[in-house]
Design a protein around this ligand. Structure first.
Ligand code: TXA
Ligand code: MG
Length: 351
């Protein structure tokens, strides 16, 4: 299959920019498109056969449910039943935006989309192109991140191309995304709402709106425990994995730099290609190894934005070992470390 690539201005409302993509979606095909979090791989979420194609293209296990993307809050009552008041409150506050809400599914939603579950994940994205595509295609777009399963999520169209060229019908290129990690997922079907995946919308922000919420305890584990399964099926897979062996080093910054430098030196002497995930503030202090800047600690958002592309860069450089500084302090530390720890297979050293 030849994958069509179409560049579109992020604020375009021109019908001709969307006509092909909308047609493909209506015909049950696959279109990758930008959202504010990461690029999504879209298909008609109410069409069983279309949803199945997503799993095939990504190599995604079929028990891993998809998120339905909507462009209008009223769609909640079409796709879900028994929607709690607090879920509506969250939708009012955070949509369009990086929050996915789990609700009981309506009969409209096929089990092929929900991985066999009776619940459905719904999100109204805040990206103008995503919203325009949903509106113009008149389709509820099921979209996981547009990467091959197990690779870091794509934050620009060339990442999607790397993974899915030849496997999908079209890529809409709307440039780099704004946030850089996937949405926060909150399950509103449990008695106390539960965060299944941390993201840009933090627990504190949610609690301000609806009171106490809990975390799926898997999210808080420092090491995976094979006896405890996460409530979001996708969280059990080793996502975001770079090809090199990644280890996170935590401690006082000067000591971290010394420790990483020393280990990089040893690994180079043993003949390995070694990478370092550093920041604007520390990059000059590493004298050996391939140093990449994830972002600046003065602006935590740049760290979210840089995370997945740094991991992909090290893949293309065929680096065998990667040492990373730790990023747990800021407002979004929980979300960043959730992704980074998974990428590292939970290898972390406290010094
Ligand atoms: O920001 C995002 O959420 C991006 C963009 C494209 O919107 N999408 C995304 O999709 O990250 P994906 O498929 O990579 O991750 C969806 C996660 C998976 O871990 C899946 O198991 C979980 O959501 N999920 C989906 N439906 C669920 C449900 N009914 N119950 C529990 N978890 C669910
Ligand atoms: Mg994903």
């Amino acid at each position: 299959m030849e994958t069509i690539i179409k560049k579109i201005d992020i604020h375009s409302k021109k019908p001709e920019d969307f006509s092909k993509a909308a047609y493909i979606l209506q015909q049950g095909g696959l279109v990758a498109f930008p959202t504010e979090t990461v690029y999504g791989l879209g298909a008609d979420g109410l069409n069983k056969e279309a949803a199945k194609k997503i799993y095939y293209a990504k190599g995604r296990p079929s028990d891993n449910p998809l998120i339905l993307h909507i462009a209008d809050k009223d769609a909640l009552d079409v796709l879900a039943i028994d929607v709690p008041k607090n879920a509506k409150k969250l939708a009012e506050k955070f949509w369009p935006g990086p929050l996915t809400i789990i609700l009981k599914k309506s009969i409209q939603v096929p089990k092929e989309t929900t991985g066999g579950l009776n619940t459905v994940a719904i999100r109204m994205p805040a990206h103008p192109l995503a919203l325009e595509l949903i509106r113009r295609s008149h389709v509820f777009i099921a979209a996981p991140s547009a990467n091959t399963s197990g690779r870091p999520s794509p934050t620009c169209a060339s990442h999607v191309f790397e993974d899915l060229n030849g496997k999908i019908d079209m890529i809409l290129d709307g440039g780099s995304v704004e946030i850089g990690i996937e949405s926060t997922i909150i399950d509103m079907t449990s008695e106390i709402p539960m965060i299944l995946r941390p993201g840009f919308i933090t627990r504190e922000m949610i609690e301000k709106e609806i009171g106490t919420v809990s975390y799926d305890r898997v999210v808080l584990l420092e090491k995976p425990d094979t006896h405890i399964l996460p409530k979001a099926p996708g969280m059990k897979y080793r996502h975001y994995a770079p090809k090199g062996n990644l280890c996170i080093i935590e401690g006082k910054m000067e000591q971290v730099i010394d420790y990483i430098s020393c280990n990089v030196h040893k690994k180079i002497l043993q003949g390995n290609r070694v990478g370092i995930i550093a920041t604007e503030e520390t990059k000059e202090q590493y004298k050996e190894g391939i140093v990449k800047t994830i972002g600046s600690r003065k602006d935590e958002k740049t760290i979210l934005q840089g995370l997945y592309s740094v991991l992909r860069e090290f893949d293309s450089l065929k680096v065998e070992y990667i040492y990373s500084e730790s990023f747990s302090e800021g407002e979004h530390g929980q979300a960043i470390m959730n992704r980074l720890l998974k990428a590292a297979g939970y290898q972390k050293e406290k010094i």
